[in-house]
Write a new protein. Structure first.
Length: 256
């Protein structure tokens, strides 16, 4: 089990971290998208989640649906859920993070103290975004732009392979729509970006139906759709403050 769990993370979590934030990758890429992030923000350790079928897990099959992914991720991450923790996902990654949190809730196990969802409509709403209807050439161009935004250089072979992953991720997105909202027993932070033309902050209102009023936090940060890649201090502060607050409320102290 230890080996299976470890491959889901780029590095082994520290045993002395007061709290952990598990970050799910954006559609079409892997955990290395968080390479520009610090290893820790305040008392919170950043743990980049690696999904099957990409980067160091390139030989594994794609998960197919978010429900399957959630089942696998919940089991694999369980050994590291022994202290206050949160999930974060941006755009498609937000659905993966939510589905995994929901799976943990239904299993009756450890729940994240916080679920941070960025630039994504709520799961009961129809799948949204221009990526869902793009042609192969258009998706390839978007991958090239994303690679540059991540600090890399687009390589034709890598783009071709990445296109297959992106298409599979988009398919999972298109298949995932809940019949009705589901209340989740965690602090829910819905994060929008002031200049985001892909998902406007006002399009994230549906998330209010997933958390109790006193556990819902809406935040609009300065930036565009890919600003999160640079780990702006404003976003890191949301994580640190959110997890600290949730842990204190539940009687679990978080301190360095």
């Amino acid at each position: 089990m230890a080996g299976e769990s470890r491959k889901w993370l780029l590095r082994k979590p520290s045993s002395d971290a007061p709290a952990r934030l598990f970050c799910f990758p954006y559609s079409g890429v892997g955990a290395s998208m968080y390479n520009r992030w610090p290893s820790r923000t305040g008392s919170v350790e950043i743990c980049s989640v690696q999904l099957p079928g990409r980067e160091n897990r390139i030989r594994e099959p794609h998960y197919g649906t978010y429900d399957v992914l959630a089942e696998q991720a919940a089991e694999a991450l369980e050994p590291y859920l022994d202290r206050p923790f949160g999930f974060f996902g941006h755009c498609g990654g937000a659905l993966a993070a939510f589905a995994t949190a929901l799976r943990l809730q239904r299993l009756g196990g450890h729940l994240p103290a916080c679920l941070f969802v960025s630039s994504q409509v709520a799961p009961h709403q129809p799948p949204y975004g221009r990526f869902l209807t793009m042609t192969g050439d258009e998706l390839r161009e978007e991958l090239a732009l994303l690679t540059i935004a991540m600090g890399g250089r687009p390589h034709p072979d890598a783009l071709d392979f990445g296109l297959d992953i992106l298409r599979a991720d988009i398919s999972a997105n298109q298949k995932y729509q809940l019949a009705a909202p589901v209340m989740i027993s965690t602090d829910l932070h819905a994060i929008g970006w002031s200049g985001d033309v892909e998902i406007r902050p006002d399009q994230m209102g549906g998330w209010q139906e997933y958390a109790a009023e006193d556990r819902l936090f809406r935040t609009v940060l300065a930036g565009e759709h890919h600003t999160f890649l640079s780990a702006p201090e404003s976003l890191l502060d949301v994580f640190d403050r959110g997890l600290t607050r949730a842990a204190v409320t539940s009687g679990q102290a978080v301190s360095d």
